[in-house]
Design a protein around this ligand. Structure first.
Ligand SMILES: C[S@@+](CC[C@H](N)C(=O)[O-])C[C@H]1O[C@@H](n2cnc3c(N)ncnc32)[C@H](O)[C@@H]1O
Length: 202
């Protein structure tokens, strides 16, 4: 069992800082992309996020949720009342830093995962995966803790990012088309500043 499986096993959703009743920030960003329902979307480190429910409700038919914690995906899957809907989603249990994508996606969405990669080697591995899972025109949505955000999450250290830093990290292969600061409010009312960056692969 991974560290993250244990986190999901030992907590209720309301005890997890990242829980949100509705993924409003993600939907605001994704809705603005003008996607078609058959555009492939992957939620990297999606965990038990309700984003997949919201995208299914919008009619998306090619959804993938990847997470290192099987337990989180089981939780999300069980929440989808209609088994036919759950079976429409590809659920992948994998570590994004060692996963080998076998296809590309129109959208790569990562809320609160990249900031856990505090060493250069894991960020390079993530980048290899991102490059393999996207092609020209693909959009990457990255949401990380902002420079004044928390220094840890779920007992783990994080690296905090400004939009400029994320833009530099993505490099010339991506054009940043949107950048903003948004505050997530945890289930117990703490405010967590996030940096959101949307970039299109050249
Ligand atoms: C802070 S939670 C965010 C979950 C979800 N993105 C959301 O917004 O609700 C971080 C998630 O990333 C997953 N995770 C952490 N490291 C990962 C890795 N290397 N590969 C895949 N998933 C990872 C965890 O299991 C957890 O579900």
């Amino acid at each position: 069992m991974t560290y993250w499986d244990e986190r999901y096993r030992s907590t209720e959703a309301r005890e997890r800082s990242w829980t949100e009743d509705a993924p409003l920030d993600s939907l605001t960003v994704l809705d603005a992309l003008g996607l078609e329902p058959n555009d492939p979307v992957i939620d990297v480190g999606g965990g038990a996020s309700p984003l997949v429910d919201a995208l299914l409700a919008r009619g998306f038919v090619d959804l993938t949720v990847l997470d290192v914690a099987a337990r989180a995906l089981a939780e999300a899957r069980a929440r989808l009342e209609d088994p036919a809907l759950a079976s429409r989603v590809e659920w992948i249990v994998a570590d994004v830093t060692s996963w080998t994508p076998v296809r590309t996606y129109r959208v790569w969405h990562d809320r609160a995962v990249f900031h856990f990669l505090v060493d250069e080697a894991s960020r390079l591995a993530y980048r290899r995966c991102l490059d393999a899972a996207t092609s020209t025109g693909s959009t990457v949505v990255l949401a990380t803790f902002a420079p004044d955000g928390p220094e840890t999450c779920s007992g783990l250290p994080v690296r905090r990012w400004s939009a400029d830093d994320l833009e530099r990290e993505l490099g010339d292969a991506f054009t940043v088309v949107r950048r903003e600061r948004r505050e997530h409010v945890t289930p117990w009312g703490s405010r967590q500043p996030f940096t959101w960056v949307v970039a299109v692969r050249r």
